[in-house]
Design a protein around this ligand. Structure first.
Ligand code: PMV
Length: 343
């Protein structure tokens, strides 16, 4: 039995659009930061026993089906790389060949709302690939495991690392070079503080429709993102918050513009999201240098990245003034202290 814990990640240069739906190969590179595991993480226990008669999985204590292609891809890819496991003290001996016949039980728990637009699938599939890899003594490194997690949920590949992470889109048709690499570890820029303003709603996906119908998406993938990735890498390397903030906000806004450019249009943000953007923009413009970056994924929750603790305190005061928790606008706040720590 193996238990692993994996935090979720938030993209600052977004992945949106797949060139291969089955293998989950993106149309552009993306960059994310991995969150503090104490607030948004998945804990997964995987167990093997000759007494198990089929693969089964429980998510937040409720049994779910493993028949979906994404789960099956991850299980198949990990089983194909399984190695012998031997522990004389515990009397365990499982050969490479045994793994193909043995069944697994998987229990997964999210310490945050599942399917609320908070990237639960990113933490979930990264944790699954990692835990299974450990159980089956898979020798692949984190980057290679990320290419397996990617087949569960694209953004999951970036959760195999802490700190700042880049998902390289790759060129190969079989996806072997579409994997995550760490750009900077969790200690590199530890002034940053993340505040997530949560409105619990179920997230929906519209990525296929965007690829098929949005001309802006084609332009973004070819002309905009490649330059932005280089600029973002530079901003992270130099801990240049002004550039980091400008790029993060611009990329979030363009991702939502692509959603609007999709037929039928997709609206992930709501009035509260728009008001948070206005507050952040106004505040940044009233100061000598930007104090906060904002980004929104496929849901209305705002992820706000403050440049340091002083800015975070000021940000939280502003948010509490405009949006008290448990009001109609917002359910709660999640504040990441060690914002980009890996566990
Ligand atoms: O990995 P998925 O299929 O949940 O897609 C996530 C896409 C965004 O969160 C909107 C952007 C990103 O890069 O994480």
């Amino acid at each position: 039995m193996v238990t692993a814990q994996t935090p979720t990640n938030i993209a600052v240069i977004k992945y949106w659009g797949k060139r291969d739906e089955t293998l989950i190969l993106p149309v552009n590179d993306s960059i994310s930061l991995t969150l503090d595991p104490s607030h948004l993480c998945t804990t997964t226990t995987v167990a093997v026993s000759s007494a198990f008669h089929q693969d089964r999985m429980w998510l937040n204590a409720k049994e779910i089906s493993l028949s979906g292609g994404r789960f099956q891809s991850c299980l198949r890819e990990i089983r194909a790389r399984a190695c012998d496991v031997e522990d004389e003290n515990k009397g365990i001996k499982i050969t490479k060949e045994d793994w193909a016949k043995l069944h697994l039980h998987i229990a997964s728990y999210n310490n945050f709302p599942t399917a609320a637009g908070l990237a639960s699938s990113a933490a979930g599939f990264a944790c699954l690939a990692y835990a299974l890899g450990k159980l089956m003594n898979v020798k692949e490194d984190e980057s290679q495991l990320s290419a397996i997690a990617r087949q569960g949920s694209g953004s999951a590949c970036r959760s195999l690392f802490g700190g700042f992470v880049k998902w390289i889109m790759g060129k190969e048709d079989n996806g072997s070079d579409s994997l995550a690499v760490q750009l900077a570890d969790e200690k590199h820029w530890d002034d940053l503080v993340i505040v997530i303003a949560v409105k619990e709603t179920s997230s929906t996906s519209g990525m296929c429709e965007s690829v098929e119908t949005s001309l802006l998406l084609q332009h973004r993938a070819k002309e905009i993102v490649p330059k932005r990735i280089l600029q973002m890498e530079e901003a992270i390397k130099n801990r240049d918050f002004a550039s980091f903030s400008q790029l993060t906000c611009a990329d979030s806004n363009q991702f939502h513009a692509v959603c609007l450019d999709t037929s039928p249009p997709i609206f992930y943000m709501n009035d509260t999201s728009h008001r948070i953007i206005s507050i952040a923009e106004k505040w940044n413009r009233s100061e000598e240098a930007p104090q906060v970056a904002y980004t929104f994924d496929a849901g209305p929750n705002a992820v706000l990245i403050a440049r340091n603790r002083k800015a975070a305190t000021s940000l939280i005061q502003r948010l509490l003034y405009y949006f008290p928790p448990n009001s109609d606008d917002l359910s709660s706040y999640i504040i990441g202290d060690k914002s980009i720590a890996k566990d």
